[in-house]
Design a protein around this ligand. Structure first.
Ligand SMILES: [Fe+2]
Ligand SMILES: [Fe+2]
Length: 294
């Protein structure tokens, strides 16, 4: 429903742009819960996040971060590469979610499957944005290859784990928490990208671009919201201090990743970049960082 996406996206992006740096992460969490009708119903999630943010304030919610992004995004080559990296990241995240969904219990399986389908679709949407913003800039043969970045999942397909995936396992609280932080970071990037792409896009393609961007922003907020609700539900069986501790640890990891990426003038991890760090993406049999991708 494009009208609904547009309404949500315009409302959310305006709210985020007017929010002061340092409080945008909490605002994204709030907007996502409001969108789901769950505002005020996730006190443990909200409280644990507030405590963690005070101890580990993320660099991706600061004015210098925005400035660096905007300066980088003025460069055509950088912007086009960033869209391809986003497509790769979404496709990779989709495959991970698909494997996790295959092992999830009844209460979480369909939501994880929908999430995997969304990210699979997003991978293609980033390529569509590349076509709209930089028409004819990619050789047809390379453009055809890029389609492989998306696994092409749909809700009609039967869930089976991706062969060899370290995510062929039951999802844990830690998995959902990492997803939630990654989705929040993606939402921040998305809002920055919304404005930056408008500067490069030919006027005749701007309307089509905005409708893709609106759909992306609505979906990313929905991903923040549903993972928050699952975290809240799972937290009922856990000591609250444990939830706070996990949030603190994972924000710490994401902040480290972000600072390292900034050294490379990158704002989103690629597979090659993640491969450099043991603690970055999950390795088989471990509970390391799982969801950079969103
Ligand atoms: Fe996405
Ligand atoms: Fe997402």
């Amino acid at each position: 429903m494009p009208e609904r996406s547009t309404r949500i996206a315009d409302w959310a992006s305006a709210a985020l742009m007017s929010e002061a740096h340092g409080s945008r992460i909490a605002r994204i969490a709030e907007l996502s819960l409001e969108m789901l009708g769950a505002l005020g119903k996730c006190p443990t999630y909200t409280g644990a996040m507030t405590e963690a943010l005070a101890l580990e304030p993320p660099p991706f919610d600061t004015a210098p971060y925005d400035t660096l992004y905007r300066d980088s995004a003025k460069d055509t080559q950088w912007m086009a590469t960033s869209l391809i990296t986003n497509s790769e990241r979404e496709g990779d995240g989709s495959r991970r979610l698909w494997s996790l969904a295959a092992f999830a219990d009844d209460g979480e399986r369909e939501q994880l499957k929908q999430h995997a389908v969304d990210e699979s679709k997003h991978s293609l949407m980033y390529l569509s944005m590349l076509d709209l913003v930089f028409p004819s800039s990619v050789l047809p043969e390379f453009r055809r290859e890029l389609r492989q970045l998306s696994p092409g999942f749909s809700m009609h397909q039967t869930l089976t784990p991706v062969p060899g995936s370290p995510y062929a396992k039951e999802p844990t609280m830690d998995d959902f928490l990492q997803m939630n932080i990654a989705e929040i970071r993606t939402t921040i990037h998305h809002v920055l990208q919304r404005q930056a792409l408008g500067l490069h896009c030919p006027p005749q393609n701007r309307e089509a671009l905005k409708s893709i961007q609106d759909c992306l922003l609505r979906d990313e907020l929905a991903h923040v919201g549903y993972t928050a609700v699952i975290i809240e539900r799972r937290a009922r069986d856990l000591d609250r201090r444990k939830v706070v501790g996990l949030f603190v640890r994972r924000f710490h990891n994401f902040n480290q990743i972000t600072l390292e990426e900034l050294g490379d003038n990158a704002f989103d991890c690629s597979l090659a970049c993640c491969a450099k760090r043991d603690w970055c993406r999950a390795k088989a049999g471990s509970t390391q960082m799982a969801f950079h991708a969103s």
